[in-house]
Design a protein around this ligand. Sequence first.
Ligand code: F1P
Length: 304
Amino acid sequence: MTHVQSEIADQPDCWLRAAELSGSRGLPASGERVAVVGCGTSWFMGQAYAVLRERAGRGETDAFQASEFPIGRAYDRIVAITRSGTTTEVVELLEKVKAPTVVITADATQPAAALATEAVVLDFADEQSVVQTRFATSALALLRAHLGEDITPIACDAEVAVRLPLPVRDDVEQLTFLGRGWTVGLALEAALKCREAATFWAEAYPAMDYRHGPISIAAPRRVVWAFGEIPANLADDVEATGAAFLHARHHGGFAALGRWCGGRTPMDPMADLIVAQRVAVELAARQGLDPDHPRNLSRSVVLA
Ligand code: F1P
């Protein structure tokens, strides 16, 4: 078993442990104007949280890749997500900003935790694999719990997701992930997982934008996989191209798999992400790649 496989399987427990930290100091108070920053996977979790926080009525929330943070803007608080705590863009931003900062990290000994006003440490969710899975989703579980969401049923969905038969056929040659609202961030992360772990051709878009160009990629042996809400007629439009449309509810496919495992339908989209993580690992295995050590990648990007 690779590290990433055991880290994926561990997510239900990690999410529950992360939720226990939802009262941690430094997490955004209701009404604050907040920016969430990160790079790669951590940025995508920030995007998901930003939408959820606004939807929960907790205040205006923006998400930025750390290097693209608009330094002149006034925020009440900055939330930085970084597993390693060493990512250059995040560290440099924490050195620069004046607003109170909170870092969500797996490693309290690294620069990000020292630079931030407060740190929430998810050391139990740290990973040996270069490819992030459980740290990222645990950070999002923590933030969702802080918004008042009950993580227990979501962790039950995750228990199902780690056991579901994989919904992607052996001859798949391309994957496109779609999301709406907070699940756009999850879709971006699912596609990144396939690229990182398996060097597999995967793309991601807001679901409503898919018909504005990206649909030209759809064809037989290619899959469009939607997380969360599905726009009207999108499934039909995708299937007309010969591509397969995959969704927790569509055609009872995914849903039937979930029922087979005794789960709720539809599952929480974070559980869908687990299934996508497992697909990424499977795609790596089929090519004889080691998903723990993807080519050209390291645990974090530390720039000279
Ligand atoms: C961020 C990150 C990862 C990515 C890669 C390089 O790391 O971009 O998302 O998978 O390994 O680093 P971090 O700031 O969360 O440690």
